[in-house]
Design a protein around this ligand. Structure first.
Ligand SMILES: C[S@@+](CC[C@H](N)C(=O)[O-])C[C@H]1O[C@@H](n2cnc3c(N)ncnc32)[C@H](O)[C@@H]1O
Length: 204
């Protein structure tokens, strides 16, 4: 049997990605106001994927205060990528714009106030990378629209796929001929709980 470290969660907790004062302030706000943000591990994952794929055209579904959008923006900046992030709560959208300005990312990240389900059919794409983090019961409907606007080889990451409400999406993408996907049940400190699902999919 492989030798696994004694207490994997404690081991990896010691490797929590570092954050600057802005991201830490957004985490503190999220904690005190119960705003569900992705936290530093998924945030860093988004940065890594945006940077590694050299994504130029990123779509985020569900902005909240702009925490994950800042990671995506920082990830795609060197490739002169752009992030469009959709949020239907006007007050949150405005807060996100202010936070994105504080991160000096206003040229890179745009926040658009819209209901994702209404806006998706109007978007032309093509997108290289989509991060989906809206109400989980809407993931399945969103998926139907994403097939048309994510380019072949484009990446879709869906957060919180261990939530019961994500089941319709999970079943749909598992059998969708237009996507190849994998679900990871992961240890994600400062996320929705300590463990949650993440779906990684590529558009075929
Ligand atoms: C989990 S939070 C997003 C957190 C953000 N991605 C982060 O980690 O910083 C979900 C956000 O999506 C918004 N939202 C949920 N359903 C939506 C929809 N159908 N259209 C637009 N925004 C939606 C909510 O108002 C909320 O701010």
């Amino acid at each position: 049997m492989a030798d696994i470290v004694e207490n994997p969660e404690a081991y990896f907790r010691a490797m929590m990605p570092e954050r600057d004062s802005l991201l830490r302030a957004l985490e503190a706000e999220a904690e005190s106001e119960s705003i569900p943000i992705v936290g530093p591990v998924v945030g860093e994952l988004l940065f890594v994927l945006a940077r590694a794929t050299q994504a130029k055209n990123i779509l985020e579904l569900g902005t909240a205060t702009g925490y994950s959008a800042i990671y995506l923006g920082r990830g795609c900046e060197p490739a002169e990528g752009r992030v469009l992030s959709l949020e239907y709560d006007a007050e949150l959208a405005e807060r996100a714009r202010k936070n994105i300005a504080l991160a000096n990312l206003s040229q890179t990240v745009s926040v658009f106030e819209a209901n994702v389900i209404e806006a998706l059919p109007e978007l032309a794409g093509p997108y290289d990378f989509v991060f989906m983090d809206i109400e989980k019961q809407d993931y399945g409907v969103a998926l139907g629209h994403l097939e048309a606007i994510v380019r072949p080889g484009g990446l879709l990451i869906a957060d919180n796929t261990a939530f019961k409400d994500a089941d319709a999406f999970n079943q749909a993408i598992f059998s969708a001929p237009g996507w190849q996907s994998v679900q990871i049940l992961a240890y994600l400190p400062m996320h929705s709980g300590l463990h949650d699902g993440l779906c990684f999919a590529v558009r075929l």
